[in-house]
Design a protein around this ligand. Structure first.
Ligand code: S6P
Ligand code: ZN
Length: 187
């Protein structure tokens, strides 16, 4: 398998998660309203704006067996009620595929939910932290700080995204601010 040489080397900025190349996906609050515990609170927010909650730039150099894709993400600071800004979250279409995340700047957590045991973990993801997401694990990233959270994630090229399974019922647990601290609670 030959790889396009223009994607062998890419530069990035750890504070903005901007990449010199890649496919950009932006998610605004209105698009992911059902990811939140209380979407009705969005309608009551004192602004007519529809802010960008997060942006991901993905680099997909090749799609052969053994190839890898990666992305840089930025989640802006913000909350809907007590719940911090978050990503939609997904399982991989190829359920057995794992992923490694590396925190680049800011403060946050990953919510990991095993689809078989339904066990949930809340793992720190900020600058200096690495999270291994095993296969069969729904994953969502949450910005619990007051600055953007940026991160790098690398995954097998065949992983794919399955938003449907988790989108239907959402994650079983939420990360909300309680007594000024990020806290894991039942939905
Ligand atoms: C891809 C990887 C990340 C997410 C990104 C946005 O496997 O896990 O690049 O795509 O964090 O989350 P989501 O749930 O909107 O894809
Ligand atoms: Zn993933």
């Amino acid at each position: 398998m030959t790889h396009p040489t223009d994607l062998i080397s890419v530069s990035y900025d750890e504070l903005t998660a901007n990449l010199s190349k890649g496919k950009i996906v932006e998610r605004r609050l209105s698009e992911i309203r059902d990811s939140f515990l209380n979407p009705d609170l969005i309608d009551k927010m004192p602004t007519d704006e529809d802010p960008i909650v997060y942006r991901v730039t993905a680099v997909e150099p090749s799609n052969g067996t053994g190839d890898l894709h990666y992305g840089l993400g930025i989640i802006y600071p913000g909350k809907v009620g007590p719940e911090y800004f978050l990503t939609k979250g997904h399982l991989h279409q190829a359920r057995e595929t794992a992923e490694v995340y590396i925190g680049l700047s800011g403060e946050g957590y990953m919510l990991l939910e095993n689809e078989k045991t339904l066990e949930t973990r809340m793992e720190p993801l900020g600058k200096g932290q690495i999270v291994y997401v095993p296969g069969h694990t729904a994953h969502r990233t949450v910005n619990t700080g007051d600055k953007p959270l940026t991160y790098f994630g690398v995954y097998p090229a065949n992983a794919g995204h399955d938003y449907g399974a988790i989108g239907k019922r959402n994650f079983l647990k939420v990360i909300v601010e309680e007594n000024g601290k990020p806290t894991l609670k039942d939905r």
